[in-house]
Design a protein around this ligand. Structure first.
Ligand code: NAP
Length: 556
């Protein structure tokens, strides 16, 4: 379809085959993949640069917790051979540099529109077309819409009383100033001890005059054991990259290089078990640890052994035992919240200029002009406050867009009781709208780029199938959607995940429905299942033509 931009008069209008919301890792791969099919595509990105999560999260110490050789695109053998990662785990600047390299190498930039937020998306059921509107009034007409807006892209600053009156500076991990922040000589408060807080705390502690960490819930963290890339290891990895990617695709986390466990933690004696945990602790990384035994995420008793090992490490590292006990998580089994990776996190609490405050027993009451006051009446004088308080995860970005159809479906209403999707890819009542790594997808529980590539390939193959079948409409059936949501929850209920108050179930947002959102049955199982559904003529979807009545059994 020709590009019909009219930039000369009034707000522009554009016609596309596929409109993509988001210019991060998912949006960029979608441009590449769909453009190769001859489709006109364009991605709309709210940021002033590409990269999504890696564009916004520039806080000190921001680094991926999946090894670089795994956390990278696999779609181009030349790319994965050429790119050299300097360290075992990529820092935010390194990953952003990589994403920019990919955009240039595959000429993706010309189809990304920066500084553009999509505010609404309306599907006209008669015209069979999406109309997206941007924050500057531009309209985009597209046959298909791909939501690649990210899962952790709606930063959340808690609604603390008095924040406006604070005369120091405050920051959120996911909205970090591009010029960086120098905390030298300042009294800093960090609120939040999830992955972001745990990464930034050691670095801020080294800069600040004094750092107070406000912890509501202790999280488990393992040493990353980051190091410069071992070039011999890299050479060996690259020599068999394709085979390694294939092997990774056959694992639950889409991460290769770890022998699959064969025994229950309860089948081995305590000494042997602790030896095994110690080896994993020394190796570094979260997958290795969770792969120690088959049942760490499904059997509480087994998990207790792995949790207690880490609690003992915390007790052995942190000198002040009261602080150590506060840092040792006891309210959730290890791995049921995102397992953090750190460099010197627990050691940081041995510094004279760092204090840990228990914001569970004495919650933050308000921000004051000069700092913060707890409900118990304690006051903290602060020059800067950092909110490492997370995101409105998985649904936040889509709920910010007014998504509806001319038939009266409204996404926010459809999801009022929690997100409903079929395969995490489509929502019933919203034809021709695909989601990448949304709720119901395994995305956030996997090496994210593998899930992104798998979903985008699935979507591209689906659009190709429609084209070749002379069809132009696809929609998930309400029954398939209900069955999938039930399956996602049944799988979660067969694990220990629901025992944690995590963002996986919306527990970090007051008032958000508690529904387990990610599919935790594993990337491998999901990939096989979603591909089998496509092979069966898109079972659970209604396929149709613009003018004709829907045809459920359209064959190739
Ligand atoms: P998060 O895991 O949601 O952690 C937010 C923290 O803020 C929690 O400790 C939370 O306590 C606390 N908090 C929220 N509201 C609070 C309040 N009113 N008072 C006191 N504490 C409050 O967010 P995140 O650390 O940004 O991480 C989000 C996700 O992003 C991660 O799970 C991970 O998937 C991803 N991430 C990955 C990396 C990496 O690759 N290394 C790095 C950063 C982030 P509660 O637990 O009590 O709610």
């Amino acid at each position: 379809m020709p590009d019909a931009s009219h930039p000369s008069s009034g707000p522009a209008s554009r016609r596309l085959d596929v409109a993509i919301v988001g210019g991060g890792l998912a949006g960029l791969y979608a441009i590449h993949r769909l453009r190769r099919m001859g489709l006109t595509v364009r991605a709309y990105e709210a940021g002033s640069g590409i990269g999504g999560t890696w564009f916004w999260n520039r806080y000190p110490g921001a680094r991926c917790d999946v090894e670089s050789l795994e956390y990278s695109y696999s779609f181009s053998e030349e790319l994965q051979q050429d790119w050299q990662w300097p360290e075992r785990y990529g820092t935010q600047p390194e990953i952003l540099k990589y994403i920019n390299h990919v955009a240039d190498r595959f000429d993706l930039r010309r189809d990304v529109q920066l500084d553009t937020r999509i505010v609404s998306a309306l599907f006209d059921v008669e015209a069979n077309d999406w109309t997206l509107r941007t924050d500057s009034g531009e309209t985009i007409h597209a046959h298909y819409c791909v939501m690649a807006a990210g899962n952790l892209s709606t930063p959340r600053v808690p609604d603390f009383k008095g924040l406006k009156s604070f005369k120091g500076k405050w920051y959120h991990s996911g909205l970090w100033p591009h010029e960086g922040v120098d905390f030298t000589g300042l009294r800093v408060g960090v609120i939040g001890t999830g992955s972001s807080g745990i990464q930034m705390i050691p670095i801020i502690a080294r800069q600040a005059k004094h750092l107070t960490v406000f912890q509501r819930t202790a999280n488990f963290s393992l040493p990353a054991r980051n190091a410069p890339m071992d070039r011999e290891r890299e050479r060996r990895h690259k020599a068999e990259y394709a085979a390694r990617r294939a092997a990774a695709a056959d694992t639950p986390f889409a991460i290769g290089g770890h022998a699959k466990p064969t025994r229950s933690a309860l089948d081995v004696a305590e000494t042997e078990r602790n030896r095994s945990y110690e080896a994993k602790w020394q190796e570094g990384g979260s997958i290795s640890y969770l792969y120690a035994y088959t049942d760490l995420l499904v059997n509480k008793q087994s998990n207790d052994t792995a949790s207690e090992f880490v609690r003992n490490k915390i007790r052995a590292t942190v000198e002040d035992q009261r602080t150590a006990e506060l840092l040792a998580p006891k309210d959730h089994p290890i791995g049921t919240k995102r397992l953090c990776l750190d460099t010197d996190y627990y050691e940081t609490y041995n510094r004279d200029n760092v204090a840990l405050v228990d914001a569970r027993t004495d919650p933050i009451a308000e921000i004051t002009v000069t700092g913060l006051r707890s409900r118990g009446g304690r006051t903290f004088e602060l020059d800067a406050i950092v909110f490492a308080t997370g995101f409105d995860a998985m649904t936040g970005a889509l709920r910010e867009i007014d998504v509806r159809t001319t038939a009266g479906a409204v996404l926010r209403e459809h999801w009022a009781g929690g997100p409903l999707t079929y395969l995490g890819l489509m929502v019933s009542g919203f034809p021709n709208m695909f989601i990448v790594t949304g709720p119901g997808s395994p995305g956030v529980k996997t090496q994210m780029i593998a899930s992104i590539e798998q979903h985008v390939d699935w979507i591209a193959n689906c659009i190709d199938h429609l084209r070749r079948s002379k069809l132009d409409r696809i929609e998930a059936t309400p029954q398939a959607e209900l069955d999938w949501v039930k399956h996602v929850n049944d799988v979660a209920d067969s694990t220990l995940y629901p025992l944690a108050n995590s963002w996986y179930m919306g527990a970090n947002i007051p008032g958000k429905p508690r529904v387990f959102m990610p599919y935790v049955g594993g990337y491998d199982r999901y990939k096989r299942h979603s591909e089998a559904i496509a092979a069966k003529g898109y079972e659970g979807f209604v396929l149709g033509r613009r003018t004709a009545a829907p045809v459920a059994d359209a064959a190739e």
